[in-house]
Design a protein around this ligand. Structure first.
Ligand code: HEC
Ligand code: HEC
Length: 262
């Protein structure tokens, strides 16, 4: 009898030891989402809408509309084309904002609140839990040759070869032949290829930001992913390091004075 009693006590102890972390996690998840909802209501709903559909009262006046989070489509990601962004991607955008759009930066909001609002905004796209984020692409360290004249020259060749000018224009001014014929983006808004010669890059102005943009593409827009082109250097046309040469060329087009600080 004693031993059965001990056995039962042991079971209860094991049971609660197993249950506690799960319960604690659920509790902290719920607390995070509650905090996220509050933060969202204060800072985000005015543009992105209480329901996350991008239709907040502030949206009407904006040309570049706030993201509709229910679409599950995100432009700025470290993950492959067509996949969902990581929490780190979302946190980066929430922290730094998006240049040239109404999307503000929230640097001064405590990180715990920024993380909570990221967790909360994902709930507007219920399939998120099941699908999960894409696997981030490998972002190599910046090479020494970046922005050297040889690198810029090779980048210019690649820019022609890959026909970036079709949209961005031969001189990078966003006025390529296809620019005027682009259909509206996935959210029904007009889209404009970026003019590389002026203004801050939306996704950030650091070399690695440019690299990430053309490797992953901007979902929902005409801006494609070139990961396949650079993943299979065919020896003849594409060489090792070419992706960085393209970065050199793009950055060389920029007016230094207007360059983004980040
Ligand atoms: C003043 C309006 C405004 C406010 C306030 C605002 N946003 Fe935005 N947000 C935008 C706009 C506009 C865009 C779309 C930019 C684009 O499509 O290039 C955007 C885009 C985003 C994106 C990028 C989606 C993508 O496609 O990669 C995220 C994430 C985001 N907002 C989160 C938030 C969060 C979280 C808050 C509150 C903490 C917030 N925003 C507050 C206007 C706003
Ligand atoms: C079919 C048209 C099209 C082609 C081809 C194209 N782009 Fe784009 N690109 C766009 C559009 C549209 C945007 C703006 C999307 C936005 O702001 O939402 C863009 C934006 C960008 C951005 C800026 C994103 C930012 O942070 O503001 C970079 C960098 C870029 N493209 C690089 C390239 C490179 C390099 C090539 C060629 C290898 C290329 N693009 C080819 C349409 C195109």
């Amino acid at each position: 009898m004693k031993s059965i009693h001990n056995f039962l006590v042991a079971l209860v102890v094991v049971g609660s030891a197993l249950a506690t972390p799960v319960a604690a996690r659920a509790e902290s998840d719920a607390a995070t989402l509650e905090l996220g909802q509050q933060v969202y209501g204060v800072y985000c709903a005015g543009c992105h809408g209480v329901d996350g559909d991008g239709n907040g009262p502030g949206a009407e006046m904006l040309i570049v509309k706030p993201r509709d989070f229910t679409s599950g489509i995100f432009k700025f990601r470290s993950t492959p084309n067509g996949t969902l962004p990581t929490d780190a991607d979302l946190l980066r955008i929430v922290t730094h904002g998006i240049n040239r759009t109404a999307m503000p930066n929230f640097r001064l909001v405590p990180e715990v609140e920024r993380k909570a609002v990221v967790a909360y905004l994902k709930t507007f796209f219920p399939a998120w839990e099941q699908k999960g984020a894409g696997e981030p692409i490998h972002l190599p360290a910046e090479p020494d040759f970046l922005l050297t004249s040889d690198s810029i020259a090779r980048g210019a060749q690649l820019y022609d070869m890959l026909d970036c000018g079709r949209c961005h224009g031969a001189g990078g001014e966003g006025d390529g032949p296809s620019a005027k014929t682009l259909v509206p983006d996935s959210w029904g808004n007009p889209q404009v290829p970026f003019n590389f010669t002026m203004g801050a890059l939306k996704g950030g102005g650091a070399p690695v930001d440019v690299y990430r943009t053309f490797m992953t593409g901007l979902n929902g827009t005409a801006m494609p992913s070139y990961a396949d082109v650079f993943a299979y250097p065919d020896g003849e046309a594409i060489h090792e390091g070419d992706a960085w040469h393209l970065v050199s060329f793009i950055l060389s087009l920029r007016n230094q004075g207007e360059d983004s600080a980040r």
